[in-house]
Design a protein around this ligand. Structure first.
Ligand SMILES: O=C([O-])C1=[NH+]CCC1
Length: 344
């Protein structure tokens, strides 16, 4: 056996969405802040290609790199690599990272409930873990401030005509379209169509609407979220969503940043009040419980402080290697399983 890399990975999924965690073998990227480290990973791309390209990964995977935190209140920092983007924050990835940290002892379990902080490029994320019985039963995260950007914007999409969409930020940026208006029931058999359509809507939204965070250097729309109908039962709104991740695959979880963005839009429309919850379902039946805890303005922009609760499970440990004689040292991808990113 020959290898010039040994990267230690604990693999996991959160409500169905893969979030593999690099626990060793990779030096922290250059940068004085996690955002600068994030920038480096996004520009350099070599770690993403090694871990997410075939034969070591695939368009269905994300990988999270543990790094020393910069904020002394955080137990650990982490950098998120999705198939195309290196985002400020991600709900399913945070739940995977928190679960891996607890179940491998990086963060000690402290009785029935374990509280700690993680640091993402977007900032400190409070973690409340249900650790009854000495294992992780669920993770609740206090996500970053989330806000609606545009409500009821017109969007021209070739072959579909003019859609009415919302855009919002929930730790990452979304264009949100009404699933029913597009004839989508959000059932698993629609997955390929949803993924293809969603990638086209994201590209059109970037070309026609755009996004700019008032504080963060985040100037594009990352995802299209198809929002299913909501049913209200007292203080709880229940419904499905499907979030399409560039270059065109569906989040198997209900998408924590997507739920946060959707709650921000509901709040902006007066359709959700502080203290109410959003029980979100994904195409495979994964569930996140979102809670609109309070208003949390971002500068002069109305915003909410969302919390997301979900479960993750470990699926294995791996030592990722690279043989110097491998003719594909950074792996490979083909559009039959890794779609080509549509242009606007
Ligand atoms: O839960 C989340 O926010 C996400 N899951 C995959 C992409 C973003």
């Amino acid at each position: 056996m020959q290898t010039d890399r040994v990267i230690h990975v604990v693999s996991a999924h959160a409500e169905g969405e893969v979030g593999n965690v690099i626990t060793g073998g990779v030096a922290p990227p250059p940068g004085d802040t996690l955002w600068q480290q994030r920038d480096f990973l996004a520009r350099d791309g070599s770690l993403r290609r090694l871990m997410l390209n075939e034969p070591r990964g695939g368009v269905f995977t994300h990988v999270d790199l543990l790094v020393p935190p910069r904020d002394p209140r955080a137990a650990m920092g982490f950098l998120i690599m999705e198939p195309e983007h290196t985002p400020p924050m991600s709900g399913s990835n945070t739940i995977c990272v928190a679960t891996v940290c607890l179940e491998t002892g990086i963060v000690p379990i402290a009785g029935d409930e374990t509280r700690f902080q993680l640091e993402a490029p977007a900032g400190l994320i409070e973690i409340v873990a249900d650790t009854r019985g000495g294992r992780v039963n669920a993770i609740e995260i206090a996500n970053v401030a989330s806000f609606a950007d545009r409500l009821g914007a017109a969007l021209e999409v070739a072959g579909l005509g003019t859609l009415t969409v919302d855009t919002a930020y929930g730790g990452d940026s979304f264009v949100i379209a009404d699933a029913a208006a597009l004839g989508l029931a959000l059932t698993p058999d629609e997955a390929r169509d949803i993924a293809t359509l969603g990638a086209r809507i994201t590209a059109a939204a970037n070309a026609q609407l755009g996004f700019s965070h008032p504080r963060e250097d985040w100037g594009h729309i990352s995802f299209c979220q198809f929002a299913g109908p909501l049913r209200r039962d007292g203080a709880t709104l229940s419904g499905a969503n499907a979030v399409v991740i560039d270059p065109g695959k569906i989040d198997r979880s209900p998408c924590g940043t997507g739920c946060s963005a959707r709650m921000a839009v509901l709040a902006a429309r007066g359709e959700m009040k502080p203290g109410e919850t959003y029980a979100a379902r994904s195409l495979i039946g994964g569930r996140f419980d979102g809670r609109f805890t309070a208003a949390a303005p971002v500068g002069d922009r109305p915003a909410i402080a969302p919390r997301i609760r979900g479960r993750a499970w470990l699926t294995g440990t791996h030592q990722v290697m690279r043989d110097p004689a491998d003719p594909w040292p950074e792996g490979y991808r083909l559009s039959d399983t890794w779609p080509i990113l549509p242009q606007g």
